[in-house]
Design a protein around this ligand. Structure first.
Ligand code: GDP
Length: 295
């Protein structure tokens, strides 16, 4: 994860290593390298610029204590700033209501259905919940089959209605089923499209209005870089979602989406997907991710 970015930041810091103190000149050079590393990682330009301006100002403003080298000081500043950039502290899922309704949205192939299965497993095993899944993709029978297979793997029931082509009614039926049978979390998997279109947005908005979800999680493929950020923005403008799920961070992703989404969309990343298996899900901790990026 983020190997390339890690290498480049490491090289940027080398400029400062071995220097006795922080000066306008050696900081400027390092900052330039950091900005380049971020842009190469597909971080949004405005985000990269604001971030590096901030780091520079902090580095020049600090009094370097004798015990800390310029390299160490910059690493600390970077660590704090990267953590802030990714949201500061962890944002917990709101699962206090009974039942809690969680709507899953995103484009086809982002990893929605996989995440729905992973989330059910997480809620059941780590949070002691009793989840019910709802198969809301009425356009692709294969999507319903896929959800049923995953649900079986994680041993959680799925509400389906293969005779209906009305995702709003299915979602409402799913919530009613949960109330009737004592499930305390309802996770509604919705249909996606290959690209954003009006019909998709209208449909998800209608499902949102009908079910009044407590959480709307937007699932996006981190490998798509700045596209991920742009898609997130469009979905958020329409849906006002409560959190982002970044998938496929185990792949050859450059990291730009993880670093840019919070500042562009102002919604927290809540989970990351790190593989195809049902256990490959992590709660997103900005500070741990920052440490990981800095190596
Ligand atoms: P959907 O169309 O949004 O429901 O996407 P799917 O859940 O069907 O996922 C699309 C593909 O991405 C599948 O082959 C999944 O196994 C794969 N996938 C989903 N999440 C991850 C992840 O975190 N890491 C990896 N490597 N693959 C993933």
């Amino acid at each position: 994860m983020f190997d390339n970015l890690q290498d480049k930041l490491d090289r940027a810091f080398k400029v400062l290593k071995g220097q006795g103190n922080i000066t306008e000149i050696n900081v400027a050079e390092t900052i330039k390298e950091i900005r380049k590393a971020l842009l190469d990682a597909d971080v949004n330009y405005k985000t990269a610029k604001a971030f590096t301006d901030d780091v520079k100002q902090k580095a020049l403003g600090e009094n370097v204590l004798n015990s800390i080298s310029p390299g160490q000081l910059l690493t600390k500043i970077m660590n704090d700033e990267l953590t802030q950039l990714m949201g500061g502290s962890v944002t917990e899922l709101e699962i206090g209501k009974n039942p809690t309704v969680i709507l899953i949205a995103g484009l086809n192939g982002a990893g929605k259905t996989t995440f729905t299965g992973k989330l059910a497993k997480y809620l059941k095993e780590k949070r002691g919940k009793k989840p019910l899944l709802v198969a809301g993709d009425v356009y692709r029978p294969a999507a319903i089959d896929q959800l049923e297979v995953l649900a079986q793997q994680v041993d959680v029931p799925v509400y389906t209605n293969r005779d209906s082509n009305d995702p709003i009614a299915i979602a409402e039926e799913g919530v009613a089923e949960a109330k009737k049978n004592g499930y305390n979390v309802v996770i509604v998997d919705t249909a996606g499209r290959l690209a954003i279109d009006e019909a998709l947005m209208n449909e998800i908005t209608a499902v949102k209005e009908a079910t009044q979800p407590h959480e709307i999680l937007f699932v996006v493929d981190s490998m798509t870089g700045q596209d991920a950020v742009n898609t997130a923005k469009t979905f958020n403008d329409r849906l006002d979602f409560t959190g982002v799920v970044l998938t496929k961070l185990d792949g050859d992703t450059r990291g730009g989406a993880a670093l840019s989404i919070k500042s562009v969309v102002n919604k927290p990343i809540k989970f990351i997907g790190t593989g195809e298996k049902m256990e490959a899900l992590d709660v997103f901790y900005p500070d741990r991710m920052a440490s990981r990026i800095l190596g």
